[in-house]
Design a protein around this ligand. Sequence first.
Ligand SMILES: C[S@@+](CC[C@H](N)C(=O)[O-])C[C@H]1O[C@@H](n2cnc3c(N)ncnc32)[C@H](O)[C@@H]1O
Ligand SMILES: [Mg+2]
Length: 263
Amino acid sequence: MDSTTTALVAAVTGAVTTATAYAYYQRDWLKDQWLAFISPVIYNFLTGTTREQRALKYLKEHAREGDPDSVLATFDEFCRTQEWAMNAAEEKGEILDEIVRELQPTTCLELGTYCGYSAVRIARQLSPSARLITVEVNPDYAAVAREVVKLAGLQDKIEVINVDSADVIRELKQTYDVTKLDLVFLDHWKYLYIRDIKIIEEEKLLKKGSVVFADNVIIPGAPGYLEYIRGSKDYKSTFYSVHFEYMDDMRDGVEKSVYVGDE
Ligand SMILES: C[S@@+](CC[C@H](N)C(=O)[O-])C[C@H]1O[C@@H](n2cnc3c(N)ncnc32)[C@H](O)[C@@H]1O
Ligand SMILES: [Mg+2]
């Protein structure tokens, strides 16, 4: 081998080794991408339906109408026995349940509705006068979520808005008659957590004791948000180590931040 070939072989071997090591190091992230985006595309192509339509069909066939607990249990069953979906799932759901029980919020905002699993989870525990505004940018997901909410009988408590989260937050006071938010659930795309919490602050939508609950701060991960919220004197934050949704061998985390700043 001449020196050019030797250098080329060394460079290729080095690149492959580095890429393999990186992929191994990032294997949870890769698994997440596979579950969330790659495998459904293949299945959708083969069946001519979407995962969300398949989930809705399963819910309509198996859940008790007007019974939110049955809708949640059936959705969990679908995700564990049929297809994975990016719902907050049981373990994080129980933490969310506990927050709602303790806080007794009147006005709740969720960013990232998807099929409405966590919206149903939150709204089923709200008092008669309380409400949840949930925001979903994808029209197909929003349409499924509205049907899931209706199946659970919670359409009077949950408003599903199909607009980008930033636009809704800026309109909350004017258009949606919101004064302050008691509970904010951040569960849309992770890089948007920091953008949107800052808009929520600018709009002065938090009051002392408001809770901001952020999902998936480890997988896919929201490091910038964690650094911001933990470094701010306006929040007291607690991290919970939990399993990634429907994956008993993957660790994720959620961050509960209580607002203690000026109103
Ligand atoms: C992880 S899923 C939400 C899961 C849901 N909270 C649950 O636990 O049942 C994230 C959702 O956020 C939506 N999303 C992403 N960016 C958004 C934005 N800027 N505004 C509103 N929704 C957004 C995505 O379309 C996706 O459906
Ligand atoms: Mg999530």
